[in-house]
Write a protein that binds this ligand. Structure first.
Ligand SMILES: Cc1cc2nc3c(=O)[nH]c(=O)nc-3n(C[C@H](O)[C@H](O)[C@H](O)COP(=O)(O)OP(=O)(O)OC[C@H]3O[C@@H](n4cnc5c(N)ncnc54)[C@H](O)[C@@H]3O)c2cc1C
Length: 371
């Protein structure tokens, strides 16, 4: 019997496991993939979580400090703005692996399996994997990311709605790319992020609507015919060398609203709600939500008899208060960025007043976080 099982060992699951284990609880992480592995992600980690990770004893193995955003419209009008907080450029391959190693060192248990169902009965959760192993715990954190067949089992409302978004990512070599910069470049039907990672590779990651992509069905062709219409991206594609054999892709990325608690599971990270990637805040939110859930769980676990109802109510309230406005701001910004006319108007406004752009960025980020 574990105190807590985390279903999914991405940023949310690993952070919660480390935090709770440091408080002395018995924790199991169930993860379907062995570490290390690459993930589709912009790999821009907002510095708001750096103090908290530091307090958990995690040293981030990256010297890439990003402090400037270069933004461009489809036709290549561009502006630069200093980022209020800035970010660390670090690949998911290294970041998740660093957290995993720390969790193992602290005594978190891991089982590499795909979870197929969760049952809650008489105050005990039974979690079952596709190979029919069973695990039991007093509490379960749902940290399995954007989408899983588990969402279907839990009858979550967003899962039946089709989502039009695809994400594509690859690392490229382009030594000239400035280390302190993140590029956000728009093109028809989507936008791309460019930033350096700890290895010196530039991460090229974009989000695009299926409608815009489907005529091509081939990433190289799409890059050539659509992405490269933006002069910044055209230069990048011409001058850089791909480092992956082929780009990674994910489909059905949903930005629908979700609930932070379902069937008594506390949902963390993307499982509770995904902010639009252009905000560069999903990773920080995954880590922050794990902190919120862990603090409340620790409090309940150290009480004689936990009050589950109170815990769930408190987590829902705190989650919504912390992230609700950020997610809404992200949704709004994404709509603006994908409309060419509005982007051009916004661009003119932002060029004459960089403070406005900084304010918009602040709306989608949190304040520095610590224990
Ligand atoms: C295109 C794109 C670009 C992005 N760029 C950025 C960015 O630059 N900066 C930023 O901060 N955020 C970015 N994000 C968001 C960020 O990637 C996510 O918010 C973050 O990964 C959330 O972490 P998580 O722990 O919730 O989920 P994940 O990191 O997805 O972890 C979930 C884990 O659960 C495992 N899993 C899933 N189902 C099961 C199961 N049934 N059983 C066992 N294990 C399971 C998976 O293997 C995975 O390891 C981007 C997202 C997209 C789509």
């Amino acid at each position: 019997m574990y105190d807590v099982i985390c279903i999914g060992g991405g940023l949310a699951g690993l952070t919660a496991a480390i935090h709770l284990r440091k408080e002395g609880h018995r924790v199991l992480v169930l993860e379907k993939e062995e570490y290390p592995h690459h993930k589709v992600c912009g790999e821009y980690l907002s510095k708001e979580v750096a103090p908290y990770l530091n307090q958990l004893g995690i040293k981030l193995p990256s010297d890439v400090h990003i402090d400037t955003l270069e933004f461009s419209t489809r036709n290549g009008r561009s502006l630069r703005v200093e980022l209020p907080l800035g970010a660390i450029g670090i690949s998911r391959y290294t970041l998740d692996f660093t957290l995993y190693k720390e969790a193992v060192k602290l005594g978190v248990d891991f089982d590499f399996c795909t979870v197929k169902s969760v049952d809650f009965n008489m105050n005990v959760f039974t979690v079952q994997s596709t190979s029919n192993e069973q695990f039991q715990a007093r509490f379960v954190i749902g940290s399995y990311g954007k989408r899983s067949h588990l969402d279907k089992n839990l009858s979550r409302s967003f899962i039946d709605k089709k989502s039009p978004w695809l994400g594509i990512k690859a690392h490229h070599s382009w030594p000239e790319f400035p280390e302190q910069e993140v590029g956000l470049h728009s093109f028809k039907g989507g936008y791309a992020g460019l930033s350096k990672t700890e290895s010196g590779a530039v991460n090229f990651c974009y989000l695009v609507t299926y409608k815009s992509f489907q005529k091509f069905q081939d990433i190289d062709q799409f890059n050539e015919r659509v992405v490269a219409q933006n002069p910044f991206l055209s230069e990048f594609l011409k001058k850089s060398t791909p480092l992956f054999e082929k780009p990674m892709s994910i489909a059905q990325i949903s930005f629908e609203s979700k609930l932070p608690v379902e069937e008594h599971l506390l949902m963390c990270g993307d499982t509770a709600g995904l902010i639009h990637p252009l905000c560069g805040n999903g990773m920080a939110m995954a880590i922050h939500s794990a902190k919120l859930a862990s603090e409340l769980l620790h409090h309940e676990l150290t009480k004689g008899i936990p009050d589950r109802q109170k815990l769930e109510k408190e987590y829902t309230k705190t989650w919504k208060r912390t992230f609700g406005r950020r997610i809404k701001a992200g949704r709004y910004l994404q709509r603006l960025l994908l409309s060419e006319g509005i982007t051009n108007n916004l661009f003119s406004l932002a060029s004459s007043s960089p403070i406005l752009l900084k304010k918009l960025i602040r709306q989608t980020h949190g304040k520095p976080l610590s224990l």
